[in-house]
Design a protein around this ligand. Sequence first.
Ligand code: PMP
Length: 281
Amino acid sequence: MSRTVYVNGNYLPEENATVSIFDRGFLFADGVYEVTAVLDGKLVDYAGHTTRLERSLGELKMEMPISQEELLEVHRELIKRNNLNEGAIYLQITRGAADRDFVFPKDAEQTIVLFTQAKPLSAPKTGIRIISAPDIRWGRRDIKTVQLLAPSMTKMIAKAEGKDDAWMVQDGFVTEGTSSNAYIVTKDGKIVTRNLSNSILHGITRAAVLKLATELDMEIEERPFTIEEAQQAAEAFATAATAFVNPIIEIDNVELSGGTPGPVVTRLSKIYLEESRKAAM
Ligand code: PMP
């Protein structure tokens, strides 16, 4: 069945939705995006995603082309029109269409697109196997731009090796997953995840999970770690809006926590899901 999508103020069947070939999102990857999870037809961590969206736009000297009230209304309308119970809403804003030039256009009208993706998010997780790979992305990974070719290529390297994903490594330290933040749990129960900087995306799920972990009196260390440290850790996991807390059971062919999700990850995963359901709006 065809989805109803949103493009520049209009709700349309997906096959009738178009943007210009001159759109700078298409020509320069000059755009930003957000992905918000939907549970029970409600938005998870919505405020966090819109706050990061405004920051990403600001860093690229772009405006917010829609009011906050309208944006929430569009999210809710898409959930309703597409009967979405569980899945995600993808949102993209670009600088708009203009004749091709490296200089930012002065009067281009921004493009805004939203669509839904139905997918099961809350099913129990069995854990994923990952490899390490060089981080070949640009220097402003804190901005959530649509230039996703590097992580896409990196994920394909993992797939070619029969694995699920990759953790990217720069100067000997893990930055993050191709589309997730990366964590280990040390043998004495500390959660270690890379500190925020321009080297990683400031994950909304990361912020929510670290807050929960703090409330649960878990110890957190925000610092870089190596693949070797991760392979010797008690547990490892990744977080992302549509993956929630995702256990990692193998890193570069070294099995972790006996090849099944460990107790800390299992607990965090369960609590994050419960709390997200409660707080979804
Ligand atoms: N890092 C990268 C590179 C990502 O692409 C994502 C997901 N888009 C994340 C981290 C996780 O961020 P969030 O929890 O906000 O989905």
